[in-house]
Write a protein that binds this ligand. Structure first.
Ligand code: KG4
Ligand code: ZN
Length: 340
């Protein structure tokens, strides 16, 4: 029997749908929201309204691109969390209605587990067990991946996510949201050693970015008092220096994890893995310690539904179905040590 699943992602500011057939992605459609640019971050109410607007055309396009009829679907999957509740509600209500109407199983997917699945839909796949540094706008984790659905969180941020550190820095520099890609761009022509920012002393494999955020705030305040044009004059150097610090914080912990677990396969996932310095430095780390590095193509790094579909396919194989009563942000045991 062949398996065809429609997967829906709506946890933040991307409305996405994908179709997977026997483990192969047939379509992957994304509608991104530009409405948040001027606000320096995602505005939840605006995001929910945009999801309502986009969900029907995005699902229709995903089915059309895959040349799949609704009646051919074996299951419908959706991101159940973590994410913005209003945004999640749109995807979950839509998926439930469809599963009910078509009388097919419903599958809930954990967004962070899905980010790791970007590796299983990419051509170059890591071998189990591997360590995945998942860095996005909302999360920063190091996960020990033992199987498609067997994962253990071995380190995570105690406060802000790495993407948030990029985005909040950008906001302080008066750059639009999301600021990560812009910091990356300006940093290309800056001197990464121009300014020194602190590396937090956090035990184990956990991260913290809130101290860095405060340090940047004070640094800018002080310099702007002396020179009101400081940001404009030194934008490239500020971006390069901040980026270097965020990247070193991330990679020091990944290096530590690889040593601790004696693992040779390391991987990046999530939107921040688009960062050019992170990619370059992760490769340098891999070469230095003889590790294999895996970075999925960009389209699978940022939020998308193909990664949701990949988790859903594995869950279908083990008949891990949800009931129609499954709430968004439902308790989902996605990692051995995370009952969320
Ligand atoms: O995974 P993602 O698309 O959405 C979440 O689940 O959060 O990640 C979005 C994050 C944003 O914080 C954005 O600024 C950051 O990824 N990002 C980058 C780059 N491209 C995206 N950060 C640094 N450098 C980049 N090139
Ligand atoms: Zn994400």
């Amino acid at each position: 029997m062949s398996i065809t699943i429609l997967a829906i992602e709506s946890s933040c500011d991307e409305t996405a749908a994908a179709v997977i057939h026997d483990g192969n992605i047939l379509s992957n459609v994304i509608a991104s929201q530009k409405e948040h640019e001027q606000y320096g971050g995602v505005v939840p109410e605006l995001a929910s309204r945009q999801h309502v607007k986009h969900i029907v055309p995005v699902v229709d396009e995903a089915l059309k691109n895959a040349r799949v009829e609704k009646k051919e679907l074996s299951a419908v999957a959706f991101t159940a969390g973590p994410g913005l509740i209003g945004s999640l509600m749109v995807g979950s209500s839509f998926a439930k209605a469809m599963a009910l109407a078509l009388d097919i199983p419903l599958i809930t997917v954990h967004h962070m587990q899905a980010h790791i699945h970007a590796h299983f839909i990419s051509e170059r796949k890591p071998q189990f067990p591997f360590l995945c540094l998942t860095v996005s706008g909302g999360h920063t984790q190091i996960v020990l991946v033992k199987g498609f659905l067997q994962m253990e969180i071995v380190g995570e941020t105690l406060d802000d996510a790495a993407g948030e550190a990029f985005d909040k820095t950008a906001k302080m520099l008066k750059l639009p949201y999301p600021g990560g890609p812009l910091i990356d761009k300006y940093a290309q022509s800056g001197n990464a050693n121009a300014f020194q920012f602190p590396e937090p002393n956090i035990p184990g494999l956990d991260f913290s970015f809130s101290g860095l955020k405060t340090a940047i705030l004070y640094f800018l305040r002080e310099n702007l008092q002396r020179n009101p044009a400081f940001i404009e004059e030194r934008l490239n150097d500020i971006c390069a220096s901040v980026q270097q610090r965020i990247v070193t914080i991330l990679l020091h912990k990944l290096e530590k994890a690889a040593k601790q677990f004696q693992i040779k396969e390391i991987a990046l996932a999530g939107g921040v893995s688009a960062n050019s310095m992170l990619r370059k430095e992760a490769q340098r780390l891999a070469d230095e310690h003889n590790l294999n590095l895996f970075i999925p193509p960009l389209e699978y790094c940022t939020d998308n539904a193909a990664m949701i579909a990949s988790v859903a396919y594995q869950k279908f194989l083990v008949k891990d179905f949800a009931t129609l009563g499954a709430a968004p942000v439902a308790r989902m045991s996605w990692a051995e040590n995370d009952p969320r």
